[in-house]
Design a protein around this ligand. Sequence first.
Ligand SMILES: Cc1cc2nc3c(=O)[nH]c(=O)nc-3n(C[C@H](O)[C@H](O)[C@H](O)COP(=O)(O)OP(=O)(O)OC[C@H]3O[C@@H](n4cnc5c(N)ncnc54)[C@H](O)[C@@H]3O)c2cc1C
Length: 436
Amino acid sequence: MGKIQIVVVGGGAGGLELVARLGARYGRERHDIILVERNRTHIWKPLLHEVAAGSLDANLDEVGYRSHCHRWGYRFFLGSMEGLDRDAREIIVAPLVDENGRELLGRHRIRYDYLVFAVGSVTNDFGIPGVTQHCLFLDTHAQADRFRHQLLNHCLRVSRSLSQTPDAEQYVRIVIVGAGATGVELAAELYNAASALRYYGLEVFDESRLKVTIVEAGPRILPALPEKLARAAREELEALGVRVLTDVRVTGVTADAIQTRSGESLDADLIVWAAGVRGPAWLQDIGGLETTPGAQLKVRPTLQVTRDDKIFAIGDCCQCVLPGAERPVPPRAQAAHQMADTVLENLDRLITGRPLKNYEYRDYGSLVSLSRYSTVGSLMGNLVGGRMAIEGRLARFVYMSLYRMHLLAVHGRLRGAALILIGHVSRILRPRLKLH
Ligand SMILES: Cc1cc2nc3c(=O)[nH]c(=O)nc-3n(C[C@H](O)[C@H](O)[C@H](O)COP(=O)(O)OP(=O)(O)OC[C@H]3O[C@@H](n4cnc5c(N)ncnc54)[C@H](O)[C@@H]3O)c2cc1C
C-alpha cells in the first residue's frame, strides 16, 4: 500500500506550524507530508510593517523551508498552486520560472489523499480605480521591501534638498488607507524609523519631515478594539504627528494622490493600501468548491470545506462561521495558529475513522503595537476571565508572546527558546534600521 499523502498549500502562520507538527507526528515511514509554497523562505506576516519601515531585518527572522523540512520530516515543493482537479485528487501547480523568466519546471500536478489550503489572504482593493496600479501593499515580504526602498529614496531626496536649502518646505507625504491594526501599526513604526535616520547618514532628516495621513472609511480607527483604547491609540498617533481622517471614503487613486467621495484630493509620495482582506482571486470557485464573493473557502466547524470531506482550509483563506456565532472567525494569526491545531487532530481522526471535532475559536484579544511609543489592546476570555483593556509594557509583552508562540510551534521548544533569546541579543547588537 502506498503512503498516505497529505498536501498543505501555503507555509505561513498556519500552514508552517501544521506541516512541522504533521512531520513530527507521522514521520516519513507511512506518510508523505508535502508543503507546496511559492516562496523559498517564511516570514511571519504580522512583522511585515516593521520590515516595511526598516526597523526589522527580516533576514534574521526568516525560516528557510528547505532546511526546516529536512529537520521536521516533511517535503517542500517550491511552486504556486493555480488549480484543483478533485476527480483525480490532484492540485495543479503553475510553471516555475527563474528571475529572468526562464522556465525551470513546467505546469505540473501533485497527488493528494488529504489536502489543506493555508494560502492566506490579499488586501482588498474593493474594485476602486487606481488602487492596484498605484498603491503599495503589505501582503508579502517583497512588497514590504519595495515600500522600504521607496521610503528611503524619498527620505534621501528630502534630506538632500534640506542640506542645500535648510528652510525648504520639503516633506515625505505618506497616505495610509485603512485604520485597522496594519495601518495604525505602520504609521507609528514610520515615526520610529524616521527618528533614527539621522544616525545613518541623513543628518538633516528627522520625523518632523514626515507627513503621514491615515484615511478610514468607518467612524473610528481600530474597530476591533474597545472605543476607549482606540481613542488612546488615536491620541498617541496624533501626538506623533499623524493626521487621522475618519468617515472618509476613497473613490480613486492616481500616481500621486487619492480622491475622496467628498471631492477632496490628498497628495502623496507613497500610498499604502491596508483596507481589509479577501481570498486570492485564483481561489474563487476552485475545483467546484464553495467560496464567498471575496474568494474565501467556506468551511464547516470541523474546518473541512463544505463540499469535500478530504479537503480542509485554515487561516485567512477560509470563512468559518461557528455554530451560534453571527460573524466569521476574524483573519488573525491567532486564529490560523488554533486552526492548525484542530486540523492536525482532525486529520488523525479522519484517517483512523473517528468522528471529527469542531474548531473552537478562543479570542485572546487584540493588541496593537504603536512601535516603541506604546502598545494598546484588550485581553479576552480564558486569559483574564472577561475583557480587560491593557496598555504599556504588559500589552507589549503579550503582543510579543504571539510571535514567540509561533517560533515555538515552528521550531520546537528548545530551538524556539534559543531563537527567542538570540532575537533579543541581536536587537541590542544590530543597527536600529535596515537601510538596504
Ligand atoms: C502588517 C500586518 C500586521 C498584522 N498584525 C497582526 C497581529 O498583530 N495579530 C494577528 O493576530 N494578526 C495580524 N495580522 C494578520 C495575520 O498576519 C494573518 O491573519 C495570518 O498571517 C494568517 O495566516 P495564514 O496562515 O492564513 O496566512 P499567511 O500567514 O499569509 O500565509 C499564507 C502562505 O501561503 C503562501 N501562498 C499564497 N498563495 C500561494 C499559492 N498560490 N501557492 C503556494 N503558496 C501560496 C504565501 O506565500 C504564504 O506563505 C497582520 C497582518 C499584516 C499584513
